[in-house]
Design a protein around this ligand. Sequence first.
Ligand SMILES: Cc1cc2nc3c(=O)[nH]c(=O)nc-3n(C[C@H](O)[C@H](O)[C@H](O)COP(=O)(O)OP(=O)(O)OC[C@H]3O[C@@H](n4cnc5c(N)ncnc54)[C@H](O)[C@@H]3O)c2cc1C
Length: 458
Amino acid sequence: MQSFDAIIIGAGQAGPALAKRLAGAGQRVAIIERQSFGGTCINTGCTPTKTLVASAYAAHMARRAAEFGVVVSGGVSVDMRRVKQRKDAIVASWSAATEASLRATDNCTVCRGHARFVAPHEVEVGGERLGAARVFINVGGRAAVPAIPGIDAVPYLTNTTALELDAVPAHLVIIGGSYIGLEFAQIFRRFGAEVTVLEGAPRLVPREDDEISTAIRGVLESEGIRIVCGVRDLAVAQEQSGVEVSLTDSGSRTSVAGSHLLLAVGRRPNTNDLGLDRAGVATDARGFITVDDRLQTNVPDIWALGDCNGRGAFTHTSWNDFEIVAANLLDGEARTVNDRIAAYALYTDPPLGRAGMTETEARAAGHTVLVGRMAMADVARAIEKGETAGLMKLVVDGATQKILGAAILGTGGDEAIHSELDLMYAGAPYTVLQRAMHIHPTVCELLPSLAGDLQPVG
Ligand SMILES: Cc1cc2nc3c(=O)[nH]c(=O)nc-3n(C[C@H](O)[C@H](O)[C@H](O)COP(=O)(O)OP(=O)(O)OC[C@H]3O[C@@H](n4cnc5c(N)ncnc54)[C@H](O)[C@@H]3O)c2cc1C
């Protein structure tokens, strides 16, 4: 058996950074990856989808060129092979760079293969046994496949296989109207596909406030995406030119036939084939590894980081997990996941940037809520760019004057939201934002006005 100070299973978003920090501190580290370095984010998640979002945006703006006085001779068409080549090149270079930097790290051994625990601090990979005093699990997750009748007998796409398409589908039917499904919906619509989104909840992205979800629906429908919410009793069957999804909509049985079917109904953790029972590591009913607020499992000196611990589902939460564990182990700090504020973006165009609570959550938590709202149509920069869809929303606690949450659905919303987020981290009252002088013309320049026009609700 090879002995190390630390074993890291999975080279996703937390694992490589942790490997380098531990190795840099003089510890002998083994990091094990079964597939692609950089994990979901680089290979089948953030990087490839945002690369496609950029291609889709280029196509969209090319079609709108005349509005800006720009002449595009001939029609606009999308060469899906070149779109994919661009995406593949970016993904390959980042994944290779992640692997190369690990291999170039002193004290760090890179192992290829699927790792399984054989004992609490022993792991087997490719017939070899590795042991270490500390083990860090960073195995991420994969697309969930719902138990829809007929699903095993039809071809379907997931976020992974949809990225391999080198031709635009004629009609893409997407089951799931949340973050991943909506990004793919707009991408492929802008590439020229007919797109239908089927969502079981009464509205899209149901976690967001009603007005945000309604505005997102409006944007997507304005581009010709068909959206059906509240669908029930789905069943799928193969038909001549693709897949037919039958469903109940508003009490009636109906069906949608598409050339391709994409499943975007959530993720499940890669913990079912990890030998966790041999290590005695506990999971919850959905397979997420149970951790405390310092990300330690129930077994001493075994930690779980990233999507597999169920405490976050984003690259930045996985990266933050790395920072927490590294700071606690190497810097003598006492950081916990409770210190972080929920934050994420939906990369439709316009994007939605989100921080903290929604208005609905704030009211349910018993806060005396003040809300500020502004349409992007009133933002000078948005008008200049010809991108006026969306709105900004600020949620403030009337008693403490602290910002509870914010949503910016609009051009640059994914960046502008950090103005609110950092103020929340600072614990400052909204009046600090209200009195700040921001740069003209930007989306952020209206945030002080937003903070200056708060209204009580509820
Ligand atoms: C389509 C899509 C778009 C997304 N877009 C965004 C976005 O824009 N912004 C954002 O913040 N997040 C986004 N996410 C989520 C983000 O990709 C994940 O939250 C993030 O990658 C999680 O990182 P991780 O470190 O937990 O694990 P992962 O990145 O999932 O890495 C886990 C690694 O462990 C390896 N592994 C698993 N089991 C074993 C084993 N037994 N032995 C050895 N190796 C193993 C896997 O091969 C993988 O490389 C997106 C996800 C998807 C699916």
